[in-house]
Design a protein around this ligand. Sequence first.
Ligand code: ADP
Length: 618
Amino acid sequence: MRFKIPLGLRKSLKTTQFWQDNYLILREFKHFRIIAIFAVVFTLLAASFEGVSLGFLLAFLQNLTEPNAEPVHTGAEWFDVWILGVNSPPTEQIYRICALILIATLIRVSCAYAGKVFSGIAQSQLAYQLRLRLFEQLQSVSLSYFTKTRSGELVNSLTAEVMQVMQAFDAISFILIVGSTLLVYAIAMLLLSWQLTLISLMLFGLLSAGVSNLIKRVREASFERTKARSRYASVALEFINGIRTVQAFAAQDFERKRFHQSIAQIANTEIHSFRLSASVEPLTEGLASTIIIAMLIVAFASLIPQGQLQIASVLTFLFVLFRMVPMVRQLNNARAKIGSFQGSIRNIKELLRTDNKTYLPSGAIQFPGLQRAIEFRAVDFGYEPQCLVLHNATLTIKKGETTALVGASGAGKSTLVDLIPRFYDPVAGEILADGVNLKSFDLNSLRQTMAIVSQDTFIFNASVRDNIAYAIENIHETAIEKAARQANAWEFIQELPEGLDTQLGDRGIRLSGGQRQRIAIARALLRNPEILILDEATSALDSVSERLIQESLEKLSVGRTVIAIAHRLSTIVRADKVVVLDRGRIVEQGKYQELLEQRGQLWNYHQMQHEMDSVNLS
Ligand code: ADP
């Protein structure tokens, strides 16, 4: 039968902040329940054998202090006679007890070892599951989340914060080990002398309450520390990613100031946190020693003279107390540590939360391929729902045709094309493929029919071959070569030091803009997409590059449905349909010649390009 927490208790547990913070992470234990149970069982076994050792120790001390007294009886006749040797001479009994203490200790340390190993395994399993869940979360969350969140913060969560959570659970398993041993000690103490136990529990209870207050402050300090670290990761990542801009704008001093600020913030919050958590240990130790001395005085001044305690019991009691003090100290340290990791736990929890993020639910129908057309029907879209960037867009993109989107920068062209592979969903209206809403299709099957070639295509830090065959496994060399040739990329690839095997640096730093674009075209060609989304380069490429790219794009477009964000007249002229966007609205659409004759926006655009071209030529 499975143990179920009663509903009322579960509800009240869920409402406490600690539970809320840790629930999302604790539930990961379900993936390795058996390992976690083993860790707990071995830990408890180790604690029990600590108790057994204490029993033997008491017998040993009694034999030493009062050799003529009646020997200890466990209640099991065979054990007393055969193991403890109650009928043997006192010296032999002492040797037997020594051997038993040794055996119990050996079993205890073996169990403690097993407990630690299993809790270590549980910890790395937890980290594995957390990393996996974070990755799945980032894979499934809508793109808008990434535009709102700084990538440095995300990297920090995926790396440093997961490690911190692991350490927090290390501290929790430590608490379990120490806590269960302390429980055994408490029982042993009660059996030895309830009066002394009562006094010590009271005093240690008071001590613990005081420390709790301190730990609360340690926890609060940790939130600030996590924030500072995230900010730092973000600044560092931006600095590295934007190094060209930093250098081009001679902004080293500006960046230095920003960097200094962020590392100073980490140092400040860390020092504050260290100061608080370091004070826990000496404070506990000092107070605990005072408590022990107080107990000693009580025992020797009143309990022994009154005959309520034997010397052997006081000695065992003291032994237990002395072992307890460092444990209580370690326990409080571990609690402080957990407190200091609470910031990281909350950080991960926030990232894993699903109720405050948007997702793109995938439909059930496999996309069979486009038969007739993609239709936008009165589509409104805004990155923030209250601030629309596309208004009432109605448009038909016919299969096999090239549709060119034209408009000033910021008019909404990229946004409009981003709705086709469902990077985002419309706020109002609908987008249909052959009359079926895009949302009804399985997201992957829909995207697999498309390829996007844009100027900011991501080049992975991998070989040219892996960049072209990105996410396609077991592809034949000749197919890659063919795609590279068609993309007019083969020639320059061959000139690279190791050809297709040349490693491209972070973000393809070794390639020119035109070369990167040709890699992107080869990548798209290899996927053989039915629908092609082209975002033409706005930045000026040299005329050779431009011609090569134009040529390869034309090859790539043959027989496909193409939606192109067009900046070049040549593309616009070739298009079957031209769509002109202005401030988020489709203002004109039709054939190029027809639109020119209307002397509207396209005509203006045409004139502007013409003038620019003549300036360039002159
Ligand atoms: P175009 O491609 O025509 O230059 P965009 O589609 O990129 O235009 O941008 C349209 C509008 O949407 C602009 O006002 C731009 O500021 C805004 N925008 C673009 N991307 C985002 C984003 N990720 N988050 C918020 N606003 C955005």
